[in-house]
Design a protein around this ligand. Structure first.
Ligand code: FAD
Length: 494
């Protein structure tokens, strides 16, 4: 007999609610704890999971297996080709292991919720208890309501309520201890599980040897690595976060998003750790940088609340239905220049190349390129959303969908549609010296001074041409006007 924990986006031993509860149950009943993870190629396909993200998940599983092994807890990982067969296969495994109780942390995406509901039903029919626990958010969806009893659709009042709620419920920031060591009989009873290996990535999600090496050195895996990043960020950078976070050449943000997405770090741990560096126990007082960072981590909660409350955002629909009728351009050539970082707008191209090379992009640049695609190129924002998912190591449905909805003005609490980022001004403001552009757009290495932001218009056309840098794919002023007209038309406004 056994107690079982099902790992999903929570690849850590520390501060993992379900794993902790499973361990407590196993101890109480004197049973071994078994952990498992199912690799689903069809899920990766359906969710457009980036190969770099799949690789990061698999590397994290290797580390996790080792960590759990130290506690004599086996981590069994299996690939199940067809997603609809996953609940059935899990049930088979549970029966094979004589499971009395299955624990897991809830995921709020629609497909996952349906699967969990099915799993609960199947467990019930087979006399196995199942607990699905809220863990990924600091404050779980459904806990916060506006004055009229509804889910907030605007971040600022939501955040005020979120802060008040966490202050009123200090337990929300308490950590869940790691699991206890399994009884020694676990290794004897389940030797095959301890000997099992982590499967490799499905063929269509695998990386070249060069990519594997590059991503491994850029993004080392494991919860200890996540904790080390958090510690370093809180000790060295967080106090300057408010002033520096918008400058992509400065590396002033935590770059913890891949760890939040894989679950190698919990948002609870991160916020508590940051708060404990503050001069106050309040989340909205004390050191400015700490307050700002906590409010950014809270955006992650906000978008998950939105997803849980309005699940239709998972179904390729605009949060704001009135934005359904915008006539997008669907110009393949334009889309291609954006995807490859060849738009002729240096800040946009630098950002897209950072994404292609590292699997990650700075937040300011995500906003610039998303706005550029939706508004300057008038390309359906969902195409950009999908492209981001297929390339981001931190791809997270709720945050990505929220970010794209914000930039394209179709989402929850968005930019107004008539606010159109001017890429040139963004570039001058947030990359004044052009260091970020120079790092990623090698063709512009010969361009000196401020001309880096707009080489062809600022007397450096010869250098840009020599380097092979393309001319602008669209004119700023014309595309701005086209965008305003098209949005107005879609909204039925004069
Ligand atoms: P920090 O500035 O150190 O912030 C700490 C953490 O707070 C982040 O790791 C993240 O978990 C959270 N956070 C910060 N800003 C946001 C935000 N605007 N929305 C939600 N959470 C936030 N974030 C993802 O994790 N996955 C995505 O797929 C994703 N797609 C995005 C797409 C667009 C178009 C935009 C505009 C933003 C997107 N973001 C996404 C949000 C944000 O850009 C990243 O979380 C951030 O750049 C990660 O870097 P960091 O860890 O250094 O962030």
């Amino acid at each position: 007999n056994s107690v079982v924990h099902w790992f999903k986006c929570d690849l850590r031993t520390q501060d993992n609610k379900s794993l902790h509860m499973a361990s407590e149950k196993a101890k109480e009943e004197g049973l071994p704890l078994i952990a498992f993870y199912i690799i689903s190629p069809q899920d990766f396909e359906a969710h457009l999971t980036a190969p770099v993200r799949v690789d990061f998940i698999l590397r994290n599983l290797e580390v996790l297996k080792e960590e759990l092994g130290k506690l004599d807890i086996p981590l069994y990982v299996e690939t199940v080709e067809k997603r609809k067969e996953i609940p059935g296969r899990i049930l088979e495994l549970l029966k094979e292991w004589g499971a009395r109780h299955l624990f897991t942390n809830v995921e709020y995406e629609v497909d996952e919720l349906r699967r969990e509901a099915k799993m609960v039903e199947m467990c019930l029919e087979n006399g196995i208890a199942m607990d699905v626990l809220p863990d990924t958010c600091v404050v779980s969806p459904g806990e916060l309501q506006s004055g009229s009893g509804k889910q907030y659709a605007v971040y600022t009042p939501w955040f005020r309520t979120w802060v008040a709620h966490v202050h009123d419920h200090p337990k929300l920031l308490e950590q869940f201890p790691p699991p206890s060591k399994n009884p020694s009989k676990a290794r004897k009873t389940f030797p095959k599980l301890f000997d099992s290996t982590i499967p490799s990535a499905p063929p269509n999600k695998s990386l070249t040897a060069e990519e594997k090496k590059r991503f491994k050195s850029l993004w080392p895996a494991g919860e200890e690595e996540a904790k080390a990043r958090l510690t370093k960020f809180c000790e060295q950078k967080i106090s300057g976060y408010t002033d520096h976070r918008n400058f992509p050449s400065e590396a002033a943000t935590s770059s913890l998003s891949p760890h939040f997405a894989a679950g190698t770090l919990s948002a609870r741990t991160a916020i508590k750790y940051a708060r404990d560096h503050n001069t106050t126990k309040k989340l909205n007082a004390g050191t400015q940088g700490i307050q700002t960072w906590i409010s950014e981590v809270a955006w992650r909660d906000f978008y998950k609340h939105v997803l849980a409350n309005w699940p239709y955002v998972c179904m390729n629909k605009s949060f704001k239905p009135e934005y359904t009728n915008i006539s997008w351009e669907y110009n393949d050539e334009h889309f291609e220049t954006w995807k490859t970082g060849q738009t002729g707008y240096p800040i946009v191209d630098a950002a897209m190349r950072q994404l292609l090379h590292t699997g990650w992009m700075h937040n300011r640049c995500r906003m610039i390129v998303a706005s550029f695609l939706a508004k300057h190129l008038l390309t359906d924002w969902r195409m950009g959303e999908a492209f981001f998912m297929t390339h981001l190591i931190d791809g997270d449905f709720a945050s990505n969908n929220g970010g794209w909805g914000f930039a394209a003005s179709t989402g929850v609490d968005p930019q107004p549609y008539f606010r159109i980022f001017n890429p040139l001004l963004q570039s001058e403001k947030f990359d004044a010296e052009g260091n970020y552009i120079r790092k990623w757009v090698k063709e512009l290495e010969g361009v000196k001074g401020k001309a880096i932001h707009d080489p062809y218009e600022r007397g450096c056309g010869k250098e840009a041409k020599k380097g092979g840098y393309p001319k602008r794919v669209v004119d700023h002023k014309e595309s701005r006007e086209r965008c305003l007209a098209r949005y107005k038309e879609g909204l039925g406004r004069e």
